[in-house]
Design a protein around this ligand. Structure first.
Ligand code: PMP
Length: 362
């Protein structure tokens, strides 16, 4: 009766890291808990978005726009594409599922870098398709040559994440373009840019610029990260009209609620809030990296809102000792990185407190 769609692995092994903050407090018996395990933006949504969302509550009796037209139009304007190139989803997570539902059938293969966001694997399994893992580079960046070598007659989708979660590394834009040119036209290249707005170096540029030249590129974004609206659940995809139309045939109507649509629309107007989120992230990341350097620990240079550090000892042990002090981070043992932890960037005072605790436990 029950169909198990995740037969082999759930890379995130530490269930404490997945709890809502209030439950973490209960489990740990602590009044204050620092949740640094979900790559959330600690600043909260733009005040303009909060006001718009509050206003939208007055019309909860009405169905939302079924495709979120006003939001589509604004994203299209901002990204230099047409509204028919954009599609909204209930968080980027739903977009990953919609892409799998649209483009994967049982027996198809989807290529997924070995150390990458878990939902590509889950969605591939969901469709009964076969995940084919591609190796990482020695520096744990995504190895595009390795991906190319895994392409077979059965490959239908390649999932890439840029900047990558959980490593924070980026694929430089010129390398990505050269890669896409070598991918067969019948293979869809999905580029998940959930952390796009945090990235500002190492050759990173958005792949939205490739959409007009390549019919097989589909970019995924979210309002959960820089816009700090993770609870509202809204993301979007950008691709050529034919791709977007195909995904629209699978998308449930009203998949994005009116509160999320109102918040997203107002968020896109608040560039100062985006700048503030970036500033907070830079400050926290610098403090974290400086600390790791002082402690002689190696870490991955991150273009996202988290940093992956090699603790040089059992990561679960360090996780537990941090948890005792109220700090919840992410273990990466499910990826074979048994000594590494991923730490999300919080507010400056949270990062200062984290650094003090980390120095005690390491
Ligand atoms: N893609 C990546 C790479 C992510 O890290 C996340 C969230 N952790 C998502 C997609 C899902 O984001 P959303 O909240 O929009 O579903």
């Amino acid at each position: 009766m029950v169909r198990h769609v995740y037969p082999n692995l759930m890379p995130y092994t530490c269930s404490l890291a997945d709890l809502p903050v209030e439950e973490m407090k209960q489990v740990l018996g602590k009044e204050q808990v620092y949740k640094l395990s979900f790559n959330e933006n600690p600043l909260g949504p733009s005040p303009k978005a909060i006001e718009a969302m509050q206003q939208s509550l007055l019309q909860l009796n009405l169905y939302p726009s079924s495709n979120g037209e006003a939001v589509l139009n604004k994203i299209a304007e901002k990204e230099g594409v047409q509204p028919h190139n954009v599609i909204l989803s209930n968080g980027a997570d739903e977009m990953i599922i919609l892409v799998a539902q649209t483009f994967l059938e049982p027996e198809d293969e989807a290529i997924i870098p070995e150390i990458c966001f878990v939902q590509y694997l889950a969605s591939t399994h969901l469709m009964g398709a076969k995940p084919v893992f591609s190796p990482m580079k020695e520096d744990l960046g995504i190895d595009l040559e390795g991906v190319l070598q895994k392409i077979s007659e059965k490959t239908k989708v390649i999932f890439l994440c840029n900047p990558n979660n959980p490593t924070g590394t980026v694929i430089p834009s010129d390398e990505l373009k050269a890669f896409i040119e070598r991918v067969p036209e019948n293979v869809l290249v999905v580029i998940d840019e959930a952390y796009h707005e945090f990235a500002e170096g190492d050759g990173y540029a958005s792949s939205v610029e490739f959409v007009k030249d390549f019919a097989n590129v589909f970019v995924i974004r979210t309002f959960s990260k820089i816009y700090s609206m993770a609870a509202a659940r809204i993301g979007y995809g950008i691709g050529q009209a034919e791709l977007v139309d195909a995904v629209n045939h699978v998308r449930p109507p009203f998949n994005v609620n009116s509160i999320a649509q109102a918040g997203a629309l107002a968020s896109l107007d608040d560039s100062e809030h985006v700048a503030e989120s970036r500033r907070n992230n830079q400050i926290g990341k610098q403090l974290l990296c400086k600390t790791f350097e002082e402690l002689g620990l190696s870490y991955l240079k991150s273009q996202a809102n988290f940093v992956c550090v090699d603790t040089g000892r059992d990561g679960k042990e360090v996780f537990d000792r941090l948890a005792e002090r109220g700090f919840i981070v992410r273990t990466l043992a499910g990826y074979g990185l048994t000594s590494s932890l991923r730490v999300s960037i919080g507010r400056q005072e949270e990062m200062e407190a984290f650094v003090a605790a980390f120095k005690e436990v390491i």
